[in-house]
Design a protein around this ligand. Structure first.
Ligand code: BGP
Length: 466
């Protein structure tokens, strides 16, 4: 049986907009999602898991079930309803109260400043395509560092790559734009630049605590050994993984990354350029990250593709409906023998092991890693309050085993935050894609521990992956 270290954090992960509800309460400002979801009419972000009112119950459940870390995000628009300017004291007080509750129950807090929820005023102004919004974000970060002294672990952004691609490639996030690689690269770069600025301020001003960034890193493998497929996997990897790790840990984009960008841009009629002064800022920050947060759910097998762009996002859980064919990159395929969820996410824990080893080899000053999200979206069966989620336990087990093996191979992984603490809503999938350790009856807001919650408690208490 594999083990995890004694001081390992067994956490649960959430994000403000996916759990809080109360989108129009407490002086909160609007975000682009409010209108986007309303227009779509599929599901509402209210009341979500009603964490805004139920947080003390959820934090108590953490303590009861051996969950000693909580990852959550601050909703920027609760602090600054318009992104900049006037501060909303009610929002500030709310987060102090949540943090106090965590302290009371000895739960280590990991706080993300931005989890897909730019205030609407700034979003409508171009979001991170607009450089003014970089300054607005830096200003908001400074405010949080000065105000929330009780927080020790800060992350600047959650998942820069999915922000850029869901907004400007798949179009499943607002503003719903598709196949625009000029915007994708600009967004990726501006967010990495904003991250660097915030890290430098955090270190220059000698705030207490630690700072890092959370990247979604999903390993890419060639579909076959052919040269063409290997090249497609390299292109997909360059944009989704290497670009971010270069920016974070080198402070510039390596030759391999830029060559891949040129090829992707040529195929998609796109362009990019980076200011020298941005790279200087990024270089300065590149050795100052205290940790890297990794969100990892799946991996991709990539095949060469030279047709037109064609993506279908499986947002309903109808297995086999995903299509991902991107000009200038490749086609992501299912692979015989590799299981996948109803949303077509490939379950391949070797992908996480390989990723961790690669980071150690390619970016040796990564310091330490937290797995900030991992978990299984599943259509849980609720029978009189009993939820036997065996497939989820099986999934969690093999991924935790990969982490344990990577630690044995010398990678410094210090904790794990299971996505998600309780059931919540999924941005582009709604409420039937459940991830929680605790089942939420969204009508009554009652919580029910699933079988996985009892299993996780045992693993956390014994550090043994059974
Ligand atoms: C990550 C996000 C989370 C969460 C999770 C599961 O990308 O950081 O906010 O939603 O993925 O994804 P999904 O909800 O699409 O299943």
């Amino acid at each position: 049986m594999l083990k995890l270290p004694e001081d390992f954090i067994f956490g649960g992960a959430t994000a403000a907009y996916q759990v809080e509800g109360a989108t129009k309460e407490g002086g909160k400002g609007a975000v682009a999602w409010d209108e986007f979801l309303e227009k779509q009419g599929r599901f509402s972000p209210d009341p979500a898991s009603d964490f805004y009112h139920q947080y003390s119950k959820d934090i108590e459940l953490c303590e009861k079930f051996g969950i000693n870390g909580l990852r959550l995000s601050i909703a920027w628009s609760r602090i600054f309803p318009n992104g900049i300017g006037e501060v909303n004291q009610e929002g500030v007080d709310y987060y102090h109260n949540v943090f106090k509750e965590c302290e009371k129950r000895n739960i280590q807090l990991f706080v993300t400043l931005h989890h897909f929820d730019t205030p609407k005023v700034l979003f409508d102004n171009g979001d991170f395509l607009n450089r003014d919004n970089v300054d607005a974000f830096v200003n908001y970060a400074k405010f949080c560092f000065d105000e929330f002294k009780e927080v020790r672990y800060w992350s600047t952004f959650n998942e820069i790559y999915p922000v850029a691609t869901n907004q400007y490639l798949l179009g499943v996030f607002p503003p719903g734009i598709t196949y625009d690689f000029t915007k994708i690269i600009l967004c990726l770069h501006n967010m990495m630049f904003a991250h660097a600025k915030v890290v430098n301020i955090f270190k220059d001003r000698e705030y207490e605590g630690e700072i890092g960034v959370v990247h979604s890193l999903e390993t890419k493998y060639p579909a076959t050994d052919s040269k063409e497929d290997q090249h497609a996997a390299y292109l997909d990897d360059a944009l989704s993984i290497r670009f971010l790790l270069d920016a974070t840990y080198l402070g510039y984009y390596s030759k391999e990354t830029l060559t891949a960008l040129d090829e992707i841009c040529a195929a998609n009629n796109a362009e990019y350029s980076f200011l020298e002064s941005d790279l200087e800022e990024m270089k300065k920050a590149s050795h100052r990250n205290d940790y890297l947060g990794i969100n990892h759910y799946q991996c991709h097998f990539v095949k060469a593709y030279d047709g037109e762009n064609n993506i279908h996002h499986n947002g309903t859980g109808e297995k086999g409906t995903s299509v991902y064919k991107v000009k200038g990159i490749g086609e992501r395929i299912y692979k015989e023998g590799i299981p996948r969820t109803d949303w077509d996410w490939l379950i391949y824990p070797e992908g996480l092991y390989d990723l961790l080893l690669r980071i150690k080899a390619d970016y040796p000053h990564y310091n330490k890693i937290y797995i900030t999200e991992n978990g299984m979206g599943y259509k849980d069966n609720f029978e009189d309050g009993i939820i036997m989620d065996k497939p989820r336990i099986k999934y969690l087990k093999v991924y935790l085993e990969s982490i344990s093996k990577a630690i044995s191979a010398g990678v410094n992984v210090k904790g794990y935050f299971l996505w998600s603490l309780m059931d919540l809503f999924s941005w582009s999938n709604g409420y039937n894609k459940r991830y929680g350790l605790f089942y939420v009856d969204f009508e009554t807001q009652k919580r029910y521990p699933k079988e996985s919650a009892y299993w996780y408690k045992f693993v956390s208490e014994t550090k043994s992956i059974i």
